[in-house]
Design a protein around this ligand. Structure first.
Ligand code: GLC
Length: 419
């Protein structure tokens, strides 16, 4: 296991990007997800910070500061930040579709799952540096306020995402439904994504126009669960020096949790589903994906918990040889797996295993949490730290190698060692 830790640290250090950015006219320091994804990705960075806090907290802090330094006046923090162009980025037309070129082409106009509160808490747990927390907590809170104020058009307390990439689970098969792609052809979903990006670009990513159009307005289970976990993390941090503030943020988080439980639970199917909006109507996207299991990380009613545990452990649903699959195996949309770059359509990912193992441990399901941790580590021993894995044979196929957030597995070693 020590060997796994050494490898993780080496990998992360090899992905360090630093220097002076002509684009931003200031210094930067971050860890790229891997060698192909050269730039800074929001939730990847948040995961790197979580792992790095355990090894070398000073590096984690620097990455945190680089990320938060791009925060906009209204609280927004982008999903990809282009500190430095490489020649080959000129040919990367896809990322160019995701920027608001009227404003800037130095970062995308989208968001990613709000893991940042959890990252700040991890920095604190590993450093006890209250000064650092005090300096940064207001900025992080401002980001969550941005989500609350600008990304909740129906004001029900749940955040809407406007592209599948905002979920971090880009091509996950429940999004096919929001595009009317009931045959689950990944190429068709890709075409729809291109269409909405082109349209948003024409509208200069104006949120009013975007929400009015309902082209893609999704209240996603995993995104909102992470939002809620991030708020609980902030409340815990405020508890160190401002009890009133702690109370306010905790209430906010409780309210988000209540909304998840009441709006996204579907009694008949005994599972959570994300919703898509069309005008005033809201429709569940009835595909069982890893997103559906995320509320297991919150304290939800017992009968919800029991049903989710059954889905998670069912060998016909999420419990494959190398669990957890990103789409339930009994869904017609399950696959393709590792032989294409149509990602999140069934493969196993370490960041989602990490969320679920930690969440289950917190809810008192220690044995199951450890089982997930053990299986995850088995994958890393077999295939290394890859972007994703085949859930049956553990092979990474076309996945990126030396992938940063998969070092979250070393946090699962600690979970295994706890009583
Ligand atoms: C893919 C993943 C996304 C991640 C990015 C960089 O787009 O779906 O979650 O942030 O790669 O690793």
């Amino acid at each position: 296991m020590e060997n796994l830790k050494d490898k993780a640290l080496n990998l992360l250090k090899n992905n360090i990007k630093k220097g002076y950015s002509k684009n931003f006219k200031r210094d930067f320091f971050y860890l790229s997800p891997d060698s192909v994804h050269f730039h800074q990705w929001f939730w990847d960075s948040c995961f790197h910070i979580i792992v790095m806090s355990k090894f070398e907290p000073e590096i984690a802090k620097k990455e945190f500061e680089t990320l938060i330094s791009v925060q906009q006046e209204n609280g927004f923090i982008p999903h990809i930040i282009f500190w430095k162009w490489r020649l080959r980025d000129r040919f990367q037309k896809w990322w160019q579709k995701e920027v608001n070129s009227k404003k800037t082409n130095l970062f995308t106009a989208e968001i990613q799952p709000p893991v940042i509160g959890i990252s700040l808490l991890e920095i604190y747990k590993n450093t006890n540096d209250l000064e650092f927390i005090k300096e940064n907590i207001g900025k992080v809170e401002k980001y969550y306020l941005y989500l609350k104020e600008k990304r909740d058009p129906d004001k029900d307390g749940l955040i809407s995402i406007i592209t599948p990439m905002e979920s971090g689970m880009d091509m996950c098969t429940h999004y096919d439904i929001a595009f009317g792609n009931t045959k689950h052809d990944p190429l068709e979903t890709k075409k729809h994504i291109t269409r909405i990006l082109t349209q948003y670009k024409e509208w200069n990513w104006d949120p009013d126009k975007i929400f009015e159009s309902s082209l893609f307005d999704v209240e996603d289970v995993s995104f909102n669960t992470i939002y809620c976990l991030g708020l609980y993390a902030l409340a815990e941090l405020y508890g160190e020096f401002d009890k009133n503030k702690q109370e306010t943020i905790k209430k906010w988080a409780d309210n988000v949790k209540e909304k998840i439980v009441h709006k996204l639970w579907f009694e008949e199917q005994e599972i959570y589903f994300s919703l898509y909006h069309h005008g005033a109507s809201e429709t569940p996207m009835e595909v069982k994906t890893i997103s559906s299991l995320f509320p297991l990380t919150l304290s939800i009613p017992n009968f919800h918990l029991n049903h989710l545990l059954t889905h998670l452990q069912n060998e016909r649903e999420f419990w494959s040889r190398y669990p957890l699959t990103s789409v339930s195996m009994d869904e017609p949309s399950f696959g393709p797996l590792t032989d294409t770059r149509h990602i999140w359509r069934g493969t196993t990912w370490i960041n989602t295993n990490w969320f679920l193992a930690n969440g289950l441990e917190k809810q008192g399901y220690t044995a199951l949490a450890k089982k997930i941790a053990r299986k995850t580590l088995e994958l890393v021993v077999k295939s290394g730290y890859c972007e994703y894995y085949d859930p049956f044979d553990g092979h990474p196929g076309k996945a990126m190698r030396n992938f940063g957030w998969s070092t979250l597995a070393i946090d699962l070693i600690d979970l295994l060692n706890r009583n």
